[in-house]
Structures are given as structure tokens and as C-alpha cells.
Design a protein around this ligand. Structure first.
Ligand code: GLA
Length: 390
């Protein structure tokens, strides 16, 4: 239990919380922009998380206090679909995530308790580490703890994804909510977004994960992410003429894509080529993981970055710069942008014994080249969401 969070809650609501929840962000090691194409992804839940304290109320109202923003808003569970607060004003953007979870859970037939909740997060916002999925999973886990029903983790993650897709309006895949719900300490999660089967595999021995935050922020609510997804759907629609029966780009091999890509518009060709080859890279990277071969795995990370830069076009010069610097440093096995792109972070798989020197090296060279300060830190693969009731 986090005593400070409980004390803060008491200061605001003049009662004690009866539940505390922690839900982590994630960093994706490989398999980028493949979750909405039914591919396999390799994320890790990180040791940065949303922490939430809550108590139920009998009046079916939800009062949210976002401690980091210093703001509070309240809405009625029965009117959540309207996206309005108690005074009829539109809910602020940050409140759409918890409200979206309430909408999604209720829409599936679950009955929810009203609640007072206060939460804080050290997952940086807009940095590609799934700050929004962490908020969604934290609220779903809180309602689960307060409302007397229990969902398996994948169902809970899917309901959070639905909140983001249909209530917030971002067509994200399932990777982020999955990782926040299912994380396993010290492990990479191999998650098949088609079968929904998953398996934790240990990180290669003596390695560490270093996250380098370029300081450039992006929002997924912008159209670029949804555009990429639409491009993949268009590719499948067009390829179906030649490959009847395909459901997604997961069903298309590199050889088939090469044979038919002249029938696709040029931009769509590039988007599809990234996805098809990234799905293949993940297959091979899983062999590397099973062998504990960090160097082989790292090679796929560099290849993934190149593809995200040249074919999927979601990188930025600052992210390319961080990857280039990483490549020049001894002890780095692989580096790439992580998450949706358009800003945010790179993820680096490094030799654990050289991690501190690598962090310094990345920081200094990035500052020299861009005149920007990157926030660079060691990250530990952590467990997924948990709730403690008292
Ligand atoms: C965002 C989305 C995920 C995934 C990644 C890109 O994080 O929320 O579902 O598509 O981008 O791999």
C-alpha cells in the first residue's frame, strides 16, 4: 500500500480509500504497428505506472481527481455516453479514458459502482509508453475490485481497447492494454494478437532495457495513426483480389506481397511491406529470445527501426539520431523507436554491465547533436496491473 497516496486521497475526499491499484505502462521491444494486423508483438510492462486510490459511492457518480494535473471532474454512470460532467460541460480530454472504460464495461452488461478516485502516473504522456492504456487498465481493475465481478485479463484488456477505439476515437490495437494487464517481471510477453494466446519469455541473460525519451511529444488522437491503420486495411482489400481468403496482412507472405505489390498504390505498398516483414522479423526474433541471443535479437531491432523510418514513415530525425548514437556505443545490442512513433522514445537492449555508461553516452551525444535534453533511464520488466483492497 502507498501511504502517501492514501493520505492524499483522505485529504481530498475526507474518507479512506478501500482499494489501491497499480497499472504499468509498456515498452515494445519488437513488432511495431502489427497488432492491428493480427501479428505477434513483444512488449514488456515497465516499472512506471498509474497509481490509483478509490472508494465506492452509493450514488452512481464518479468523481475523478487527476493529481498530476490538479483537477477534478465528476460524471454520472447512467449518462456516461454523453461525455458530459455533472454540470453538462464536455468532459476534459484526460477524463475520456476513465469515462470510456465505464462506458465500455457497462455496455458489455457489467454493473458498476460509483466511486471517488484519485490517481497519479509516472508514465510520461505522449511518449509511446502507453500512458493512456495504463489509465484505462487501472480504472478497469478498480471497477473490478469495487463492483463484485471478475474478468480474465485478456477480456479486461479488450474492454479497455474498446474504450479507446470507440469512446476516445483512436483505432489502437490490443498490445498496450494487454501488456499493462498481463506483464510478467523480468519477461518479454510474446502476444499473438490473432489467437490472443501469449507466453512470457525471459529477457536474454545479462541484458537491460534502456529507454531514451527524445522529449518530442505526439498525440495518437491525431490522424496519422488512424491513417496508417486505414492504409493496411486498404492493402488487404486490394490484395484480396489476388489472394482470396486473406483476413489481414498476417496472411500475406513477403513473396506474395512482392508478386502483387505492383497492383497497390505506391504508399500502400510501402506500408504493407513494413507490416509483412515486421511480422516475419518477430518470428525470427522469438527464436533469438528462446536461445537467449541478445545480439541476434538486437539486429532485428535495428532492422525494424529502418523499416519504420523508410517504409512506415513514423520516425523523426530525433529518434533516428538516438538510434544512430546507440549503434555507435559498445554494449548496445539493438535500438529502435518504440510505440506508434511520430515522437516519444527509443528502446535499447543493452549489456547490463554497461548500462550506466551507455545512458551517459546517449545523453551527451544527443545533447551535442540536437541541443535537446533526452531523459534516459534503465527500465525493469515488471508485473501487470494489481489491486489491493483494505
Ligand atoms: C500504439 C497503439 C498500439 C500499437 C502501437 C504501434 O501504441 O496503441 O496498439 O498499434 O501504437 O505498434
Amino acid at each position: 500500500m502507498d501511504r502517501d497516496l492514501s493520505a492524499t486521497f483522505e485529504g481530498i475526499f475526507h474518507r479512506s480509500p478501500i482499494v489501491q491499484v497499480r497499472a504499468p505502462g509498456r515498452v515494445n521491444l519488437l513488432g511495431e504497428h502489427v497488432d492491428y494486423n493480427q501479428g505477434v508483438v513483444l512488449p514488456v510492462a515497465i516499472d512506471r505506472a498509474v497509481k490509483l486510490a478509490a472508494s465506492p459511492t452509493a450514488d452512481a457518480r464518479v468523481t475523478l481527481n487527476a493529481l498530476d494535473l490538479g483537477v477534478q471532474v465528476a460524471f454520472r454512470l447512467s449518462e456516461v455516453v454523453k461525455k458530459r460532467d455533472l454540470d453538462g460541460n464536455p468532459l476534459p480530454a484526460w477524463a475520456l479514458y476513465p469515462a470510456g472504460v465505464a462506458w465500455s464495461l457497462q455496455d458489455t452488461g457489467l454493473s458498476l459502482s460509483g466511486m471517488q478516485a484519485a490517481y497519479t502516473s509516472d508514465v510520461p504522456i505522449g511518449s509511446g509508453l502507453s500512458s493512456s492504456a495504463a489509465v484505462e487498465v487501472a480504472f478497469a481493475a478498480t471497477w473490478q475490485a469495487l463492483s463484485g465481478w471478475e474478468l480474465d485479463k485478456i477480456t479486461l484488456a479488450r474492454l479497455c481497447q474498446r474504450a479507446e477505439n470507440e469512446y476516445v476515437g483512436v483505432s489502437s490495437g490490443l498490445m498496450d492494454q494487454f501488456a499493462s494487464a498481463c506483464g510478467v517481471e523480468g519477461h518479454v510477453l510474446c502476444f499473438d494478437t490473432r489467437s490472443l494466446e501469449w507466453e512470457p519469455l525471459p529477457l536474454p541473460p545479462s541484458t537491460a532495457i534502456v529507454i531514451a525519451d527524445s522529449g518530442i511529444r505526439r498525440t495518437l488522437a491525431g490522424s496519422a495513426y488512424n491513417d496508417r491503420r486505414a492504409a493496411c486495411e486498404q492493402a488487404v482489400d486490394l490484395l484480396r483480389k489476388y489472394l482470396p481468403g486473406i483476413q489481414s496482412l498476417r496472411d500475406v507472405s513477403s513473396v506474395e506481397l512482392a508478386a502483387y505489390s505492383t497492383y497497390l498504390p505506391e504508399v500502400i505498398q510501402r506500408r504493407a511491406e513494413h507490416v509483412v516483414k515486421e511480422i516475419h522479423r518477430v518470428d525470427q526474433a522469438m527464436i533469438a529470445l528462446r536461445r537467449g541471443d541478445a545480439r541476434m535479437f538486437g539486429g532485428f531491432m535495428y532492422a525494424s527501426h529502418k523499416s519504420l523510418r523508410e517504409l512506415y514513415e513514423v520516425s523523426l530525425p530525433e529518434l533516428d539520431c538516438l538510434v544512430e548514437i546507440a549503434r555507435s556505443l559498445p554494449g548496445v545490442y539493438g535500438a529502435r523507436l518504440t510505440g506508434a512513433g511520430f515522437g516519444g522514445c527509443t528502446v535499447n537492449l543493452v549489456d547490463a554491465s554497461q548500462a550506466e555508461v551507455i545512458i551517459q553516452g546517449l545523453h551527451n551525444a544527443y545533447q551535442r547533436r540536437t541541443r535537446r535534453d533526452a531523459t534516459i533511464y534503465l527500465c525493469h520488466a515488471s508485473d501487470g496491473a494489481s489491486a489491493v483492497k483494505f
